[in-house]
Ligand binder design. Structure first.
Ligand SMILES: [Zn+2]
Length: 250
């Protein structure tokens, strides 16, 4: 990657917006990225706040001190902060040819397909300590920042439908929604069913609790997911998955 030279002080709009400016050549970018902070400067501020061992103090006045925080404060300390890497690492399936979606759709051999239509697939996570944890993915290879508009619009409707369906699972009190993108490049939204009336599991520490809770048996997860599947079909069409109704698939 080349660094911008002195003559780059007035950056132009990205190429894909060039048409927007074709009729207005006097238009300029008013918030050039070069005026925003670099990650080196961001990191320098953290490093200045850390102790000699590179550790920041635990923010006991914030979430680590709240009732919902999973860990006790005694002995708790943060790992030393590392400086930025030289570059972002490649993720799984960064190129479409290397992604799971490049091969034919896998058959539902383990009864974890909850709901599908021709463009989206909602799957059950079978390794979870929550009453239900689901993953929504487009069938075609897309990441969130480059998702085409028609799929983006449909995703909005599906997020609402999945959220409604998960909150109709009897043992779920609230649905939480996560989008991480550091492991796999193919867009995947994660819906987490927070157990009903288990107030200690509220908020974002739910994901820390989840990994420590005993695994929920597959047949229980499938029964919960059938509630989701049927509401999805009613509200947005598509097809419900088998979810163990006919026993192990071969
Ligand atoms: Zn893909």
């Amino acid at each position: 990657m080349t660094e911008p030279g002195d003559d780059a002080a007035h950056p132009t709009a990205p190429d894909d917006h060039a048409d927007d400016h074709a009729d207005n050549p006097g238009d300029t970018v008013s918030a050039p990225p070069t005026e925003a902070e670099s990650v080196e400067d961001y990191y320098a501020r953290i490093a200045a706040a850390a102790g000699d061992d590179g550790r920041l103090p635990v923010a006991v006045e914030e979430m680590p001190g709240w009732d919902i925080y999973p860990y006790e404060l005694e002995g708790l300390r943060l790992k030393p902060i590392r400086p930025p890497a030289d570059e972002e690492p490649q993720r799984r399936g960064e190129e479409q040819a290397d992604c799971w979606c490049a091969s034919a759709p896998s058959p539902d051999t383990d009864g974890t397909v909850v709901w599908t239509n021709t463009r989206w697939r909602l799957s059950l996570s079978r390794d979870t300590g929550l009453p239900i944890m689901l993953v929504l993915q487009p069938v075609e290879h897309h990441d969130l920042p480059t998702l085409p508009g028609d799929l983006a619009a449909e995703m909005g409707q599906l997020v609402v439908a999945v959220a409604d369906a998960v909150e109709h699972v009897p043992s779920v009190g609230r649905v939480q929604l996560a989008k991480w993108g550091d492991g796999g490049a193919h867009l995947h939204l994660v819906f987490l069913g927070r157990p009903a009336r288990m107030l200690q599991f509220r908020g974002s520490p739910l994901i820390d609790w989840e990994e420590n809770l005993p695994r929920v048996p597959l047949e229980v997860l499938q029964a919960n997911a059938r509630v989701v599947a049927e509401r999805m079909v009613v509200h947005v069409g598509g097809r419900a998955g088998d979810l163990g109704r006919t026993g192990p698939q071969g």
